[in-house]
Design a protein around this ligand. Sequence first.
Ligand SMILES: [Zn+2]
Length: 184
Amino acid sequence: MAVRPIRIYGDPVLREKSRPVGDAAEALRLLAEDLVDTMFDAEGVGLAAPQVGEPVRMYVVNLGAIAPELFLDRRGPSLEGEPEHLVLVNPRVVKREGAQTGDEGCLSFPDLYEKVTRPEVVRVEATDLDGRPIEIEGSGLLARVLDHEYDHLEGVLFIDRLSKLRQQFIRGKLRKLKESGQAD
Ligand SMILES: [Zn+2]
């Protein structure tokens, strides 16, 4: 169990396309534990493996931070009871519906919050660390997190979802972040 440094915008690992997870080796369990510890330490709602420097297809969600009514469907042993967090291995987005616009941030962009439009409903299929299937469908914040974290696995960052005009407007902030990210 360990809290790892979170990679900041400008770190090239955030732009990599993550590779699929093969057998759930011990190293993956340790990575999942570290992701969970790091997410809770940073008080995040979600965290993807590339954000701690590992470009593999895995992310975690802080379920305790999400209102119960936003869970539209949840299936799989790791979603039974009231788990505090969820580990999604090799996730695939199988549904995106509607649209919502709201404030969004990212642990790889300290102190940057922007209005981002995302689907209102998102459904993800994945497996847990034991290879057992997970299905989760959510709206509102849950949909936003599922989609945002999935983007990380594709090397896509939330600023990419802003208008070109807005990207221009915050370019000074982004430049400063990038310099700090590359300095690490
Ligand atoms: Zn993020």
